[in-house]
Design a protein. Sequence first.
Length: 389
Amino acid sequence: MKDKQIEKLIKAEQARQKKAINLIASENYVSKDVLDALGSELTNKYAEGYPGKRYYGGNSVVDKVENLAAERALELFGLSPEEWHVNTQALSGSPANLAVYVALLEKGDKVMGMSLDQGGHLTHGHKVSATGKFWTQVPYGVSKDSETLDYENLRDIALREMPKMIIAGFTAYPRMIDWKRFRDIADACGAYLMVDMSHIAGLVAGGAYPSPFLYADIVTTTTHKTLRGPRGALIFAKKDARELNKKIDKAVFPGLQGGPHMNQTAAIAVALKEAASPAFKKYARQVIKNAQALAAELKKLGWRIISGGTDSHLILVDVASQGIGGKEASDALEAAGIIVNKNAIPFDARPPVDPSGIRLGTAGETTRGAKEKDMIALARKIDRALRRK
Ligand code: DSN
């Protein structure tokens, strides 16, 4: 590299990633092939529009890239192109979710989404997000006792508020989601059901977590978490008389974005092929086994795990119940070489900048080959680092 300043920083980040134990639940490590696709000349191409319908010349190759990415995305999740459409152009998760709002809703419509402080995402209608400024969030959360979703309560809220869209999907909810219950609730109030499976997409692809596709109208996902691809997103839309697919495409381009990042699309295609392999199925199962082993050992060591455990890659630990703030815990772990994020827990009495919890995830360390025994050792290391505080 001629730019020595940036080269030095890339090398420093490579070294940091190599050295750190990474328990950020939304991060992972991509393959060399994914990096090669991302760093390719495809980045030079403008491709506004969709395959066969572009606004610039010279798109014969990138049309094939985009078609291949879409084909692989549908195949990976067992979807027929007659029943489902996928848009591969949204630049990342938040723009993908925004595109769904723009496509399906009128300004001010009600959207029922999980509150951020209970495990939802900013784009599920939080007031600081455009989704909360231009649409009306009807928040839902978990039950205080079990810290799991209370579907009866969700149904009551939906029937009272009659939202136009319900979002199922979370960034800090560790348990299995009952997609059918969500479908029933959406049907009861005539709402679209949008699933945001960003966190669990790789687990779904690997057959280790139930697929939402039988029940959802729209499914969004990022491609860089458990799915282990480059940063990016996919929006799946059911094809029927409502023409959701056409509305989604229009919302992404020209509604919200200009030219897609074709190097990113190619890298997504590479990751989708990798995720279709038998090795990835094994990986997805191991991610969950590792999270369960980590949660069980932390519990044994006296830490309160939100909802009592996990069915996914993700664990929420209530560190405040041991007198440690989330920020303090995250800093102490970083000093010990373990990277996590501080996170609110349901009904958190502490502020978001220093909440009561930390969120741990096993996708990255499982990619690096970690097994259950490593998780037990890691739980002990976490315990030691936190108790030194
Ligand atoms: N930042 C992602 C996460 O960590 O869950 C969601 O956008």
